[in-house]
Design a protein around this ligand. Structure first.
Ligand SMILES: Cc1cc2nc3c(=O)[nH]c(=O)nc-3n(C[C@H](O)[C@H](O)[C@H](O)COP(=O)(O)OP(=O)(O)OC[C@H]3O[C@@H](n4cnc5c(N)ncnc54)[C@H](O)[C@@H]3O)c2cc1C
Length: 443
């Protein structure tokens, strides 16, 4: 399926390019590829088509579509969305001046006069406002701007780009030279693409969550403090045996309570879903998680959007696993270890924390160890009296603790700098990239 997608998308792009060429070289007014005004119009249209198709592709990438997400995982799709997002404004920025310039040449007007005239045409002003919103969302997503904005502010601006898209659709349907009645099949293909994108967004970003909630009626059953900073939330509901999730996956949770319900946040299942209850373990790390720790009450309804992610034991290809967790990064690995213990897989967990009081699930990990197959090594970086391993986990420490690590798949989850260093270190020790799997706790 993955290979099919990689083949289908370039093929679609090529088909769109051929159609654009055919359409513009056989227009009723004659080929556009003969004079300056025609060329500007043809390339202006191309920029518009590329921009609009790009935006549709971007929306599909973040639609959480069930046919796409399991192939790549939400984090990789989101990273691709960020990278591709930088190219789209380029096309969107080029589209208006090229088309306006073409009209100016045809009508013998000055460029700015033509620009102002075009703005007064039907559907153009909303489209221009829409384009500005989309470009603003992209600019505010650039790393230097994103760092200065809180997640929620950035997210709100990003959502405003949906309004931008809605504003721009009218002019596509009204003026798009490539969408006119002369080429009905082209228009219908375009409508179908718009409808496909909208249907995916509506179903996967909204209706599916509502349906899951109606089916299971998820509610907070109880909470438990695993450490001063980490709270486990047990969620129950009806018919949970039909809610299928793999250990290692995560869900976006929206707690339906004052002060919490406006935000959905991703949390990994910290225990393998067993058909009875779901467990998430949340570290107090910012304003939302602090509010959650302070105010979450048993009985609170929860909208569970998921499961998502490909960080599961299904990726184990060597038969033996090395799991490295940093702090709260233990959650997906803790759930995965249940699956590995049940199958008797040889697994070593290296679990790094600052101090003893930060260590969560120590008892559960010891219990899992008794089932055989699992060895846990706790490493503390700021506890001088700790009798076990001390310091920061790096590739040299892993090689010492796990001499056969070259024969294992590595599953990493922890602070980004630790994962980046371990990824490089493990590759240096000869573990191929396809046997190093990681979950990042940010999109
Ligand atoms: C796949 C995945 C699994 C995760 N699993 C766990 C877990 O099991 N336990 C746990 O404690 N934490 C987990 N996290 C991290 C958790 O989602 C963030 O710590 C939490 O959302 C922070 O919210 P805040 O407002 O308290 O902190 P803030 O200080 O506002 O945010 C800290 C950082 O968290 C990220 N973040 C904030 N809000 C969101 C959001 N709505 N969606 C996505 N990212 C956001 C941003 O990168 C932000 O910079 C996971 C994250 C991801 C992406």
């Amino acid at each position: 399926m993955k290979k099919l997608l990689f083949a289908v998308f370039p093929a679609l792009a090529l088909a769109a390019l051929c159609l654009w060429y055919y359409d513009n070289s056989t227009a009723s007014a004659g080929s556009f590829f003969v004079d300056e005004a025609g060329l500007l119009m043809a390339f202006g249209r191309l920029a518009g088509i590329v921009g609009a198709l790009g935006v549709m592709g971007q929306l599909l990438l973040v639609s959480r579509a069930g046919w796409l997400e399991p192939l790549f995982g939400l984090d990789r799709l989101t990273r691709f969305h960020h990278a591709a997002g930088l190219l789209i404004p380029l096309a969107l920025l080029l589209h208006p001046p090229l088309v306006v310039w073409s009209h100016a040449l045809q009508d013998g007007n000055r460029f700015m006069a033509q620009y102002l005239a075009v703005l007064s045409w039907d559907d153009i002003l909303p489209a221009a406002a829409g384009e500005l919103l989309i470009i603003a969302a992209v600019l505010l997503s650039l790393p230097f701007a994103r760092r200065r904005l809180g997640y929620e502010t950035w997210h709100a601006v990003h959502l405003a780009s949906y309004l931008g898209l809605a504003l721009a659709i009218g002019h596509q349907l009204h003026y798009g030279g490539d969408l006119n009645a002369e080429r009905a099949w082209f228009s219908w293909t375009w409508y179908a693409l718009l409808a496909f994108t909208a249907a995916n967004l509506l179903w996967y970003r909204l209706l599916r969550q509502v349906l899951l909630y109606r089916r299971h009626g998820f509610r907070v059953d109880r909470t438990f403090m695993e450490s001063p900073d980490v709270m486990s939330i047990y969620v129950k509901g009806t018919g949970l045996s039909r809610f299928r999730a793999e250990p290692g996956q995560f869900a976006l949770l929206r707690f339906w309570a004052p002060g919490l319900k406006l935000e959905a946040h991703p949390f990994s299942f910290s225990k393998a879903p067993d058909g009875e209850e779901l467990r998430f373990s949340v570290k107090r790390s910012g304003d939302f998680t602090a509010r959650l720790h302070a105010g979450l009450k048993p009985g609170t309804p929860v909208i569970v959007d998921g499961p998502y992610g490909v960080f599961t034991a299904a990726r184990l290809s060597s038969g033996k696993a090395l799991l490295v967790a940093g702090g709260i990064g233990i959650t997906p690995l803790r759930a995965m270890l249940e699956r590995l213990a049940a199958s008797g897989t040889d697994a070593v967990l290296v679990f790094s924390n600052r101090t003893r009081k930060d260590m969560v699930f120590a008892g559960e990990l010891a219990e899992l160890g008794k089932k055989g197959g699992l060895r846990t090594v706790h490493v503390l970086s700021e506890d001088k009296d700790w009798p076990g391993e001390k310091g920061r986990v790096d590739a040299a420490m892993l090689r010492r603790l796990v001499p056969d690590l070259g024969e294992r798949d590595a599953f990493l989850c922890g602070p980004p700098p630790m994962m980046a260093a371990l990824d490089a270190g493990l590759r240096g020790l000869g573990i191929p990239g396809e046997r190093i799997h990681y979950e990042k706790f940010s999109f």
